[in-house]
Design a protein around this ligand. Structure first.
Ligand SMILES: Cc1ncc(COP(=O)(O)O)c(C=O)c1O
Length: 390
């Protein structure tokens, strides 16, 4: 080393995304001219709604594209409030709605506003890896609430109480539909978790980013059972706008000013073009429902095919666009299994390690947010690949 620089921070010493390794291997394969069937990335294969794209084009042909208020455009906040009324019959004051740079920024804002260094937050496992990694980077302590088939992959009040008894928790983070399990927490179960959080004096944070993408299971916003919950959502998934980096959070009154000060300083404002697009996207219902119908078809095809091929355990698939399946019949190392699958068939899928450091080596996640042709090609490729292993 040429300079006597300090070491990087301890807080940045967090786990990488293994899915990125799969994506790199897939990109290398594509660069070499071979085809890849992308089942690894958790994002819609469809363009954002036409109305959203047109709204942005109108904006860009006009005047300056400047900052907005730290909480976002009032019209968008009002429209999100209407969404709660229309979708769930829940009244939410637009003043409590904060537009953010994707749900990722909403997590940072809520963690910083609600918690201090060292605070412990219960998070469900298997679960989205950024919950653990972002909390750890902010000097918070993620506490694993391991779920299993016995409770339909939903954390239970007893688990929360047990973790709290070991050392007090300060928050509970739940996700429904969950990534990667696809599980939806029933209204009853959510209500009981909310009651437990209330009894123990915890912040309840609910990640509702996959709302809109359920296939028969009812959707309950945490706000229906706990008006003081911190609810996080995004235009990334149902609205097909991952790259636009726009989402929102709903916070209780007492967090508004803390979040406002943090948002002003950390982000200044969410991006204006994305907010304009998001507002227009609310009017694209039929277009988005058609895309969702495509996911439903993909889901049905995978649900029928996977167990048949020897993926003995496929988790419930209530919502989102993931099939989380056990590869145990074939391998005890889903990372090696995924590498071999990519090399031999061109199918890219995500090993479970990102979502579950302990048990993820037994699982593979397939995203079915792509086009029908990819799903068919994936099923055919998997069938031939697994037949050779059996
Ligand atoms: C469960 C869950 N929450 C949050 C996010 C982050 O999404 P975004 O920042 O695009 O809103 C993702 C992305 O895959 C996710 O799966």
């Amino acid at each position: 080393m040429s300079r006597n620089q300090p070491a990087p921070s301890q807080r940045s010493n967090i786990s990488p995304f293994i899915v990125m390794d799969v994506m790199r291997a897939a990109a290398e394969r594509e660069a070499s001219g071979a085809a890849v069937i992308h089942m690894e990335v958790g994002e819609p294969g469809s363009a954002p709604p036409l109305a959203a794209r047109e709204a942005v084009m109108r904006l860009l042909s006009g005047g300056p594209v400047g900052y907005t208020g730290a909480f976002g455009l009032p019209e968008l906040r009002a429209r999100i409030s209407r969404h709660y009324q229309d979708q769930y019959g829940v009244a939410v004051d637009p003043e409590r709605i904060i537009v953010t740079m994707g749900s990722s920024a909403a997590f940072i804002l809520s963690f910083l506003a609600a918690f201090d260094a060292g605070d412990r937050i219960g998070v469900q496992i298997p679960g989205y890896p950024a919950y653990r990694n972002t909390t750890a980077a902010l000097d918070l302590v993620p506490v694993s609430l391991r779920t299993s088939a016995a409770t339909r992959w939903t954390p239970t009040p007893a688990q929360v109480r047990e973790a709290h008894a070991q050392a007090p928790l300060k928050g509970l983070l739940v996700a429904s539909p969950n990534n990667p399990t696809g599980t939806v927490i029933s209204r009853n179960a959510l209500s009981e978790l909310a009651q437990t959080a209330r009894d123990l004096g915890l912040w309840l944070i609910s990640d509702e980013i996959y709302h809109g993408l359920t296939y028969g299971a009812g959707e309950t916003t945490a706000l229906a059972v706990e008006p003081d919950a911190i609810v996080i959502n995004s235009f990334s998934k149902y609205w097909c706008m991952t790259g636009w980096r726009v989402g929102w959070m709903v916070v209780p009154e007492r967090l508004l000013r803390p979040v406002e000060k943090l948002a002003q300083n950390l982000f200044i404002s969410p991006p204006l073009p994305s907010q304009v697009a998001a507002l227009a996207a609310f009017d694209a219902g039929p277009e988005l429902e058609l895309i969702k119908a495509g996911y439903a078809d993909n889901r049905a095809a995978l649900m029928a095919a996977l167990p048949d091929m020897g993926f003995d355990e496929v988790l419930p698939m209530d919502g989102a666009f993931y099939a989380y399946a056990s590869v145990q019949r074939f391998s005890n190392d889903s990372k090696a299994f995924a590498a071999k699958l990519l090399a031999e068939t061109g199918i890219a899928a995500t090993p479970g390690h990102d979502f579950d450091p302990e048990d993820g080596h037994r699982y593979l996640r397939f995203s079915y947010a792509g086009k029908r042709e990819s799903i068919e090609a994936c099923i055919a490729g998997l069938r031939a690949f697994t037949a050779k292993l059996r």
